[in-house]
Design a protein around this ligand. Structure first.
Ligand SMILES: C[S@@+](CC[C@H](N)C(=O)[O-])C[C@H]1O[C@@H](n2cnc3c(N)ncnc32)[C@H](O)[C@@H]1O
Length: 248
């Protein structure tokens, strides 16, 4: 069944969650990951979590991790007039800071979870940010080929706490297509959890060796490097920078 991303009823947290939500969720979540394609299951899982608590649904630490993303890109040079693509924007933990700061029509957030996009649209209204006209798009096909962006390009791209939940083939797809939304000067910052080998922990947590990203980038003639700005993630995520040219 098609889930309507504009439906308010899907997007709001219940004021009084049913006391059985936790155990019902556990059964439902197991079933989702057992029966569905990974991204479909992850998207539906996120929808369930947004209905329960939209701030916890994207990992919690709403204020701290929202500000961290914003301050980081500001230090990296994000200016008000520049454009930002927020891949996996979720419920706008970081997005609300970017939308407030950037000029109108400069923020684009994409996500595969209808409930996050619906919540994000409501939040923009609640926080009186309508006049910033953020573009909030649901990736219905759950691909990372950026077709829905119709060849728009961006000054900055961010994927914060997204590759931490994606399988190698999804990140590979992202790297194969990211060039279509980049100019020669675009800076794409992304976070990941580091491990010696590719590791899956539980249903939806993935860790990678840094070389994994270098190898994917090399295949597309892109460059990955450690950015010169300090990134103090409370859960130890690392930040890398992908560009087309070594001087950006
Ligand atoms: C942990 S949340 C982080 C949200 C936000 N970036 C932040 O840090 O506040 C990860 C988000 O990425 C989204 N996501 C995962 N895979 C995606 C994909 N292939 N395309 C777009 N969004 C995706 C999820 O639906 C979820 O909302």
């Amino acid at each position: 069944m098609e889930r309507d991303p504009n439906s308010r009823s899907e997007s709001r947290p219940s004021a009084h969650p049913h006391p059985c939500t936790q155990s019902l969720d556990a059964v439902e979540v197991n079933r989702l990951y057992a029966e569905k394609d990974y991204l479909e299951a992850y998207s539906e899982h996120t929808d369930l979590r947004v209905a329960d608590d939209p701030r916890a649904a994207v990992g919690g630490m709403w204020d701290r991790l929202g500000s961290l993303q914003f301050e980081y890109l500001r230090e990296a040079g994000l200016a008000r007039h520049q454009s930002l693509l927020d891949i996996g924007c979720g419920t706008l933990r970081g997005g609300r800071h970017f939308i407030r700061y950037l000029d109108a029509n400069r923020y684009t957030g994409i996500d595969i979870s209808p409930a996050t996009i619906a919540y994000a649209r409501d939040l923009v209204h609640e926080e009186s940010l309508d006049e910033k006209y953020p573009q909030l798009l649901l990736c219905r096909e759950m691909t990372l080929d950026f077709c829905e962006l119709e060849l728009q390009t961006f000054d900055f791209i961010l994927a914060h706490s997204v590759f931490t939940h994606l399988m190698p083939q999804h990140i590979d797809e992202c790297f194969r297509h990211i060039g279509t939304v980049m100019t020669a000067r675009t800076q794409f910052f992304f976070t990941f959890s580091m491990a010696q080998q590719i590791t899956r922990d539980g249903f939806k947590n993935f860790s990678y060796p840094e070389r994994f990203f270098h190898e994917l980038a090399q295949r597309q003639a892109l460059i990955v490097r450690e950015p010169p700005y300090r990134f103090d993630h409370p859960r130890g995520q690392r930040m890398l920078l992908l560009t087309r040219s070594p001087s950006e």
